[in-house]
Design a protein around this ligand. Structure first.
Ligand SMILES: [Zn+2]
Ligand SMILES: [Zn+2]
Length: 268
């Protein structure tokens, strides 16, 4: 059976996400210990974090990304966000919140909304469905269109864990669309075994990626440093279907940086 040696983990969380437990320093150390070349830290940008979520002061963490070392302990460090998809039209969390004051209460010098301000220093975004209330009663076609719309949003590199979102969509259509537009589909270690078994939706997604030549991101979605860089569940499934390593954008740093560049060029 084919085996893999993946050198990037591009969906991870820190303490900032509230239901995660490690600092960025602990995550970087874990990435180094696992022999990773690249770590991306992608905390939640979502209303699951703060009850008073419209206050910009809750999101200063993302604005401080420019302080982070680009290479830390020999590990290339990217910063992003896992942004909630909030509407069937492909809208993203915070876009509907205009900002009028800065974090120190002065008038905002230019037009920002919570989304544009918070994500301005992100290298890329993962767009995920968490709460599904907005999609109550929707059709499979609407969800398919939603994912295609989301993939075309600036700086959205990938759909996060589409297999476990709970919303049915046309896998072939979304996977083909992602490949045509140089975007990635995530295979997420944090999704349970049933998604990766014989009839599991994540396995079906992987098979479609293989069929259409669409690149995937294999990520842990680690919420604690002990999980960083450990992809055994996804790797086992990929081995079983003989998935080619060259379609895994997270196989090494050079491949992931190229995938990111290709997505940016395609968005221009
Ligand atoms: Zn989470
Ligand atoms: Zn998620």
């Amino acid at each position: 059976m084919r085996t893999y040696s993946l050198k990037c983990d591009c969906h991870t969380h820190t303490l900032y996400s509230r239901h995660a437990f490690s600092t960025i320093a602990e995550n970087v150390r874990a990435a180094k210990e696992q022999g990773l070349e690249l770590l991306a830290s992608t905390d939640h940008f979502s209303d699951m974090l703060f009850p008073d979520w419209r206050d910009l002061r809750n999101y200063q963490y993302f604005s401080g990304y420019s302080m982070w070392p680009r290479v830390w302990d020999g590990v290339k460090l990217l910063h992003g966000a896992e942004v909630d998809i909030t509407g069937l039209n492909g809208s993203l969390f915070g876009e509907d919140v205009p900002l009028t004051t800065t974090t120190v209460g002065q008038p905002m010098p230019r037009e920002w909304n919570l989304f544009s301000h918070t994500t301005r220093y992100c290298d890329f975004l993962i767009a995920s469905v968490h709460g599904t209330t907005f999609a109550t009663g929707c059709t499979k076609e609407q969800v398919t269109q939603m994912y295609c719309n989301v993939l075309m949003r600036p700086r959205v590199l990938m759909i996060g864990h589409p297999g476990r979102s709970g919303l049915a969509f046309d896998i072939d259509a979304v996977v083909r669309f992602a490949g045509e537009h140089h975007r990635l589909i995530e295979l997420n270690e944090h999704s349970s075994d049933r998604f990766y078994g014989e009839d599991g939706v994540c396995r079906k997604i992987a098979e479609a990626c293989m069929h259409y030549g669409t690149q995937v991101a294999v990520d842990t979605d680690a919420h604690i440093c002990a999980k960083i860089g450990k992809f055994s569940r996804v790797e086992t499934m990929l081995g079983e279907i003989d998935f080619p390593e060259e379609l895994i954008a997270t196989r090494n740093r050079v491949a992931f940086e190229k995938a990111l560049k290709d997505a940016q060029l395609s968005a221009e």
